[in-house]
Design a binder for this molecule. Structure first.
Ligand SMILES: Cc1ncc(COP(=O)(O)O)c(C=O)c1O
Length: 399
C-alpha cells in the first residue's frame, strides 16, 4: 500500500492512501475480498491472516489510511461499528480497574461505561472534563481516561493536551473519540492520546450508508491487545463495509470543507434569530470553547447545536416544520439531519431539553437557511414550554 502521507497534504492523502501497489493492469481501487478463510501454510508465519475474523485484506487499506491520517506508523483497526471500537477500547480497563469518563460523553459510551460499572466489571468516575482541576484529581489511581472533543451533542471543547498530559503523568491510558473532528481537523495522538476512536459511520464514510468503527494507536503492543479483543469479541466489519468507508474517505476533505463553511454561516445567522436562545458552535467568537478550538483544531466542524427559546415543545415543532433537513439520528453525511436530542431517554441529562442538533450536509447554504428560517417561523407551539413531546424507549442509544 502506498502511504506517503507525511509528504502530502491531508486533502491529497485521503485520495492517495490505501491504494493497491502499482502493477501493470492492476486495479486502482483495492478489491473486496469475500473469503472467510485463507489457504494455510504448513508452518504459519507471524502476520499470516489465517482466518477472516483475525485479519482481512479488505480492512487493510482503510486501516493503513486512517493510521497515516492520525499520524501513526502502526496500522489502525477496523471494527463493526463505532460502538464496537468504543467497547474494545473500554475493555482495556482491567476487571475492577477504574475508568474516568465524562458524564456528557456520547450516550452510547457513557451508557456502556455505566453498565460495566453496574455489573462490577470496572469502577467508573464520571467527570466534567471542562473542570480541569476536578478532572485531574479524578485521575489518581485510574487506569483509563476517556475524552471526546468536540462533544456530542453539546460541542464542548475539552482541553485534550492538558488532560492527556495529566493522565500520562499518572500512567493512565488516554483514549480520545475523534469522531466529530476527524483526523483532518484534530490529531489526538500528536498531543498525548494513546488511542483514537472513530465512529467512521459519520464523516469518514460520509454517506449514511454504512456502520463502521476505527481505532488507531502508535503503540504496537496496545494494537495487539485491541486486535485480540476484536478477534475474540468478533466485532469485525464486513468487507463491503470497509470498502465503502474507504470510498467515502476519498471525498472527506471536500465534504468537510463545504459542510463546515456552511455550518459556520448558518451558526452566525442562527445566533441572530430571536427564536434561538443559544447557538453552540465552536467557530462562533462568543462560544465558550472558541479559543480552545482555535488552538486545538484545524476547523470547527459541521455540527451546530441550538437551543430554542420556546423549550422542548417548540424544539419538536421546529424539527417537524423542516423540509430539507431530515429528522434522523446520526451526523456527518452528505445530507443535513436534525434531531432534538432529549427525545431519547438515553441522552445525558446535561443536554438541555430544547437542544436541537443540526448535522450540516453539503447542500447549498441558502437552501438550508431557507428551510431553517421557515422552520423557525412555522414552529406551531413557539413560545410554549413544558414536557417533551415524546421520547424513545430507554435502552435505545441514538447516534
Ligand atoms: C461521538 C460518537 N462516538 C461513537 C459513536 C458510535 O458509533 P456507531 O453508531 O458507529 O456505533 C457515535 C454515534 O453517534 C458518536 O457520535
Amino acid at each position: 500500500m502506498s502511504s506517503n502521507a507525511h509528504e502530502i497534504r491531508p486533502s491529497t492523502a485521503v485520495v492517495a492512501l490505501g491504494r493497491p501497489d502499482p502493477e501493470p493492469d492492476g486495479p486502482l481501487n483495492p478489491p473486496i475480498v469475500l473469503s472467510s478463510t485463507f489457504r494455510g501454510s504448513r508452518a504459519p508465519e507471524p502476520g499470516e491472516r489465517v482466518y477472516a475474523r483475525y485479519a482481512n485484506p479488505s480492512w487493510e487499506p482503510l486501516e493503513a489510511a486512517i493510521a497515516a491520517l492520525e499520524e501513526s506508523e502502526t496500522p489502525g483497526l477496523a471494527f463493526a461499528s463505532g460502538m464496537a471500537a468504543v467497547s474494545a477500547a473500554l475493555s482495556l480497563v482491567p476487571i475492577g480497574g477504574t475508568a474516568v469518563v465524562p458524564s456528557a460523553s456520547y450516550n452510547g459510551t457513557i451508557g456502556l461505561a455505566r453498565d460495566l460499572a453496574a455489573e462490577g466489571a470496572l469502577r467508573l468516575r464520571e467527570i466534567d472534563p471542562l473542570d480541569l482541576d476536578a478532572a485531574t484529581a479524578a485521575l489518581d489511581g485510574a487506569d483509563l481516561l476517556w475524552l471526546e472533543s468536540p462533544t456530542n451533542p453539546m460541542l464542548d471543547i475539552v482541553d485534550v493536551p492538558a488532560l492527556a498530559a495529566a493522565a500520562r503523568a499518572r500512567g493512565v491510558l488516554v483514549v480520545v473519540d475523534n469522531t466529530f473532528s476527524t483526523p483532518l481537523r484534530q490529531r489526538p495522538l500528536a498531543v498525548g492520546a494513546d488511542a483514537v476512536v472513530h465512529s467512521a459511520t459519520k464523516f469518514i464514510a460520509g454517506h449514511s450508508d454504512v456502520l463502521l468503527g476505527l481505532v488507531v494507536t502508535r503503540d504496537p503492543e496496545l494494537r495487539e491487545r485491541l486486535a485480540k479483543r476484536r478477534t475474540l469479541h468478533g466485532g469485525i466489519p464486513g468487507p463491503f463495509e470497509a470498502w465503502l468507508a474507504l470510498r467515502g474517505l476519498r471525498t472527506m476533505a471536500l465534504r468537510l470543507d463545504r459542510a463546515e463553511e456552511t455550518a459556520g454561516e448558518l451558526a452566525r445567522r442562527l445566533a441572530r434569530h430571536p427564536a434561538v436562545s443559544r447557538v453552540r458552535y465552536p467557530g462562533l467568537p462568543h462560544d465558550p470553547g472558541h479559543d480552545r478550538a482555535r488552538a486545538q483544531l484545524d476547523g470547527f466542524g459541521a455540527v451546530v447545536s441550538i437551543e430554542l427559546a420556546g423549550g422542548a415543545v417548540a424544539a419538536e415543532s421546529f424539527v417537524d416544520a423542516l423540509d430539507l433537513f431530515t429528522p434522523a439520528t446520526s451526523l456527518g453525511g452528505v445530507e443535513s439531519l436534525v434531531e432534538r436530542r432529549r427525545r431519547h431517554a438515553a441522552e445525558p441529562v446535561e443536554v438541555p431539553e430544547s437542544l436541537v442538533r443540526l448535522s450540516i450536509g453539503i447542500e447549498h447554504v441558502e437552501d438550508l437557511w431557507s428551510d431553517l428560517e421557515q422552520g423557525l417561523a412555522g414552529m406551531g407551539s413557539a413560545g410554549a414550554s413544558g414536557a417533551p413531546a415524546h421520547t424513545t424507549p430507554s435502552g435505545e442509544y441514538p447516534a
